[in-house]
Design a protein around this ligand. Sequence first.
Ligand code: SF4
Ligand code: SF4
Length: 164
Amino acid sequence: MSIFSNIASYFRMWRLKKRRQTVVIRGSCNLCGQCCREVCLYVGSKWLRTEKQHRKEAIENPYLNHFKPIGKTDDGFLKFTCTRLNENGTCSDYKGRPLLCKRFPTTSIYFQHGQLPKGCGFRMSTEMDFEKLLDDARENDDGLEYDEKIHSSDSIKIPSKKCS
Ligand code: SF4
Ligand code: SF4
């Protein structure tokens, strides 16, 4: 991963944490096959940008040989199609598909500045992380019981002349 993309990913993580937000993926697969047909690949902590890089990575990760480069995105990332994709949009080696296919889509796509394919039945968004908010509330708890807490602003005061 380049230093810049590293910094950008950490910044995204930091910003989410600060806003008490988390990445959420909702929806379901509509079997459109787009994630096998026209995708960019993030391998060894970096996006594949050149065919040379693809060949080099394929030595260590032979599953990459099933992905055929078909061009580049406007941002200069290699676009691939998978040769294991059947004409009817199904995977010809579903059981043996690589981990990256099994895990798709993961929230790491957000941190890697990627996006879901057009037409994908899943959607990705950032939302309040209620677990974190609850943890914060617990940490800030001063040990008072609920009844005591809601009346904790009650106190004995001498009313000012205006209030009387
Ligand atoms: S291996 Fe199967 S699931 Fe993975 S991209 Fe290729 S066709 Fe799709
Ligand atoms: S792009 Fe999304 S909806 Fe389409 S096959 Fe892949 S996971 Fe399913």
